[in-house]
Ligand binder design. Sequence first.
Ligand code: SAH
Ligand code: SF4
Length: 371
Amino acid sequence: MTPLALSSLSREELRRWLEARGHPAYRADQIRRHMLRAGEGGFASMGDLPLQLRAELEQSTAWSSLEVLAATAADRGLTTKLLLRTGAGHELEAVMITHPPRSGSRGRRTVCVSSQAGCAIGCVFCATGRLGLRANLTAAEIVDQVLESARRWDAESLGRPTNVVLMGMGEPLQNYSEVVSAIRLLHEWGIPPRQVVLSTSGLVPEIMRLAQEGLGARLAISLHATDDQLRDRLVPINRRFPIASLLDAARKYAAASGRRVTLEYVLIRGVNDDSGAARKLGQMAAAVHGHVNLIPMNPIPGSDLRAPSPAACREFAALVGPRATIRHSRGDRATAACGQLRASLAAEPRREKRILARELALVESPSGQPG
Ligand code: SAH
Ligand code: SF4
């Protein structure tokens, strides 16, 4: 029998679980404190719990639903990529990003979490897309990426995680219910939904469902193109949910949540970096009252696509207008940056071939016109 993942329970559920077994409910808070602390060696090290309770926990629950296979630091230790494995043997990655305090700001600790092992969408510029979907992660497996990060920050006395971005492996809205449960659970670990960003390639019905949910999480839309012909090729889900419907959903989400949406735009040299696209992007952002994050593309294995020069990125940003910010994703050297997450998994050969064919067509005729 698979053990019960402690991180799948809310605080109240853990209290009830304990009471049902004849233990006082307040033990829940003791256990949960241990789950955030550095150097915890599992139940054996929970010295303030009675031996019998420790034995029961050991027998029927799992301290963490993830095993850490490797941790790679970059950016002078400000970014750490964790390679993790689920109980079912699926590999995934999470990235810990430390923003040190600056004058006027207290510093933040952001965990970039995966919602799936692999991804089914197959965006042409993304390493995860080449893996295909290996598995949906459970809410506990999503939460445990944050708790594992919390223990590592605690080891350096850096404080608790403050923000979570669902920008690791996977399309969060294709794993809707586990992702929503995880966002709810994270609130009890000190991360309210307004400090969670859910990034999506654009599943319109699920965006609308999320708007109704009333969670209050922030939404980022991975736009990457301003016309359907190009977006169909970069982000294949666009064939089902074209740009106009996506922007409409973004506008409705913003209205329902009272939070501004972000449009993400990975800049790819010679593909989506022309001045016409920049102007259109500025108009689209204005129409949804949103902000634009321009992300110079990180190179990925097996692809010739590259970012424009830094000067060209700045020019593009200027044309988009005041709503645009250039974001360099952190951790390049540890290949921890956006889109580079592929665990230690090999691409799925037939899938990679299909994506490469799309890439070749893009480079030869970026606008989608033959010739
Ligand atoms: N599947 C979701 C969330 C995970 S991807 C989504 O697509 O939004 C998180 C972000 O990383 C997305 O905006 C994605 O477009 C971006 N990304 C993917 N590959 C990238 C690359 N090679 N360089 C820079 N950003 C990339
Ligand atoms: Fe999936 Fe997002 Fe990568 Fe596209 S960019 S393949 S949706 S993880």
